[in-house]
Design a protein around this ligand. Structure first.
Ligand SMILES: Nc1ncnc2c1ncn2[C@@H]1O[C@H](COP(=O)(O)OP(=O)(O)OP(=O)(O)O)[C@@H](O)[C@H]1O
Ligand SMILES: [Mg+2]
Length: 406
């Protein structure tokens, strides 16, 4: 929080110069009549007496007063309060003048210096309106020095305490806004990175499929086009998913689907990358298991795992797939014979944005998999290094949708 600068500017309005001068000498005795430039010191540096070392301007007519008030607002050096004689000669009186000043300066306090023959307090109240009730006070003539000085100190302090509070509130609000903005932009950045990540995968599959089927028969090409269309539809669904990501209660309805069908779809989509890297795909036990799933996101998981495995193994690696049922879960195991994950980083690979691939990886693949399996499907995603080398990823999917059951 920044320190508040105490405002010490006071205005005295009286058509009788001697009286105005007299008030000034009461309010700032040391200054006498010389004009001082505005004093401003940090609150922390100010002693209590310093706070009451005022800068006073004098005005002897309505016009002069309005000019000074307008200038003070324009220069950002407003008066905290003014003392206003009620009878100011011909033309407007002090109360009419203050009404005009309140319209120009929303914060200034006014202290009327009245005589019994001037307007009554109730007349002033009615004229200035109930909204301005707290902004003015009065002194009955003849006034003594202590009264003038005390009103100056009171209203000046009040003005400053109010402004200090406003400054603190503004700073607090700005701080809150900045925190909210940065939270918003970091989640927007996270979402856009996720979208980019998943779209990158899909584009890679589309391009691979298009490339590989160029030299094939018309039938094969038609099949490839269907796959490409499907991949594009998946991209659309992913977009929808991100659009609704902010609504926690919006979850896509799950359908009971055979897991092996999605595995086959994944292999088909990965055909280009598999062939290009000479990756061997081997299948162990493949049971027929149906589970309630969102096939779009589950396919995303498998694709991410296959892509990771191929990245890790390089050329001529082997991916082994198994599918079985165990009690209340379907179990999918995907093993590769790459180097596995070193113990040093094992705990970090599921953390969003953790990558060992430099700028070519976003570090979101496994984090997205974990979210889809654990949050969306109520399952488990378990990583394990295997011997002699390689990574084994086990996915457990409940045979009954835990959300539906609930
Ligand atoms: N099969 C694997 N074998 C060895 N290390 C892996 C394997 N899968 C993931 N990793 C490690 O885990 C890290 C995080 O993987 P994740 O899929 O989250 O991000 P990424 O692959 O680095 O980036 P992106 O998925 O955006 O391409 C990888 O950088 C890699 O170090
Ligand atoms: Mg990855």
């Amino acid at each position: 929080m920044s320190l508040y600068t105490w405002n010490q500017r006071i205005l005295i309005v009286d058509d009788e110069r001697d009286i105005a001068q007299g008030y000034k000498e009461i309010i700032c005795p040391a200054q006498k009549t010389e004009v001082l430039s505005s004093r401003s010191k940090r609150v922390s540096e100010q002693t209590e007496l310093d706070k009451f070392s005022f800068h006073v301007d004098l005005a002897y007519s309505v016009e002069e007063t309005l000019k000074l008030v307008k200038k003070s607002i324009e220069n950002g050096q407003p008066y905290s309060l003014g003392f206003f004689d009620v009878l100011l000669g011909p033309g407007k009186d002090g109360i009419e003048l203050v009404k005009e000043i309140f319209a120009i300066d929303p914060s200034i306090y006014a202290v009327f210096v009245t005589a019994y023959h001037d307007r009554s307090v109730d007349a002033i109240r009615t004229y200035l309106g109930e909204n301005s009730l707290e902004r003015w006070d009065y002194l009955n003539k003849p006034v003594n020095d202590g009264e003038i000085l005390q009103k100056a100190r009171n209203y000046n302090s009040l003005w400053n305490l109010k402004k200090e509070r406003e400054q603190k509130d503004n700073e607090l609000n700005n701080l809150r806004r900045r925190i909210l903005d940065s939270e918003r932009s970091s989640s927007i950045a996270a979402i856009s990175r996720s979208v980019t990540h998943e779209f990158g995968n899909i584009l890679m599959q589309i391009m691979g499929k298009a490339d590989i089927s160029r030299k094939k028969s018309a039938d094969d090409m038609r099949r490839a086009l269907e796959i490409i269309l499907e991949a594009s539809e998946r991209a659309n669904k992913i977009l929808d998913r991100f659009k609704t990501a902010s609504h926690a209660d919006v979850t896509e309805e799950k359908k009971h689907i055979y897991i092996h069908e999605i595995i086959e779809k994944c292999l088909e989509l990965m055909e280009f990358q598999i062939k290009k890297t000479n990756t061997k795909i081997s299948k162990g036990r493949m049971e027929l298991v149906k589970v309630p799933m969102n096939s779009t996101t589950f396919l995303q998981v498998l694709l991410n795992l296959f892509i990771n495995a191929i990245h890790a193994m390089g050329d001529a690696g082997e991916i082994n797939i198994e599918l079985s049922k165990d009690g209340e879960s379907a179990i999918i195991v995907i093993r590769d014979n790459g180097p596995g994950v070193s113990e040093k980083i094992f705990d970090q690979v599921l953390v969003p944005f953790f990558t060992t691939k430099g700028s070519s990886g976003s570090g979101l693949g496994l984090a997205i998999c974990k979210e889809i399996i654990e949050v969306e499907h109520g399952g488990d995603l378990i990583l394990k290094n295997i011997s002699p080398h390689g990574l084994e990823v086990t996915i457990k999917l409940p045979l009954v949708d835990p959300l539906e059951e609930a």
